[in-house]
Ligand binder design. Structure first.
Ligand SMILES: O=C([O-])CC(=O)C(=O)O
Ligand SMILES: [Mg+2]
Length: 220
């Protein structure tokens, strides 16, 4: 993390100035070419942006009444920290998120949720102004179908290994995972590239050809 600024300031700046394509390009340039979650994981509304620290959650499918319905779901929610993003995978037989989970996460100062699966209570989630990204909505209840097994453990979603504490960044174009150790470098280079892209667009809009613009700026 940036040592001179508080985390919430860094994440606000990211949301204000950056977009996932530029961050993905910088990750590619550093040799991290498998960092985007699958494209089926989308924001509930197109204007939602997400930046924060991963709290990883591992779920599993279950079948029928459970001795402990939902497994460690409430425990996982109740240990969330400020600026964290609940990111879950492993279960696909029910919704993994909804109105009450949103309220619990918000009350702890968390900054979003990413589900490799479904959410429900869409209108009640949207009215809480809390960014949630999922594969879509499906009202099927969790208690007899899915269970939280563990949290703050490594997880895999599509091509990405997500470690607890990695940085999650999401917008209308998808969700990208930035390994924590390279976050400062990725942030700095992404800011530079975002500014560069603005210049290139201006040059093109002033009449420069795409070929000349690429030769001049090295950015596309
Ligand atoms: O039970 C669930 O899986 C989610 C839910 O409805 C809520 O958070 O309100
Ligand atoms: Mg509900």
């Amino acid at each position: 993390m940036n040592k001179s600024l508080p985390d919430h300031v860094v994440f606000s700046k990211m949301k204000e100035c950056l977009y996932t394509p530029v961050v993905g390009d910088i990750l590619d340039s550093l040799g991290f070419s498998h960092q985007f979650l699958p494209p089926a994981i989308r924001p509930l509304s197109p204007d939602m942006k997400l930046a924060g620290i991963a709290c990883t959650v591992l779920e599993c499918d279950v079948f029928g009444e459970q001795p402990k319905p939902f497994g460690l779901l409430t425990e996982a929610l109740d240990q969330l920290r400020e600026n964290e993003i609940y990111i879950a995978t492993g279960a696909h037989r029910s919704a993994l998120w909804g109105e009450l989970l949103t309220a619990a996460a918000r009350m702890r100062g968390a900054s979003g949720a990413v589900l490799d699966g479904w959410h429900r209570d869409t209108p009640q989630v949207l009215e809480q102004n809390f960014p949630v990204f999922s594969q879509g909505c499906w009202a099927q209840d969790s208690s007899i179908r899915t269970s939280v097994l563990s949290f703050r453990c490594p997880i895999e979603i599509g091509q990405v290994t997500v470690l607890d504490g990695d940085i999650i960044f999401g917008d209308i174009d998808g969700v990208v995972v930035i390994p924590r150790d390279i976050f400062s470098e990725v942030l700095e280079k992404s800011m530079e590239k975002a500014s560069g892209e603005k210049l290139v667009r201006k040059a093109i809009e002033s009449g420069m050809s795409a070929t000349e613009a690429f030769a001049r700026f090295g950015i596309l």
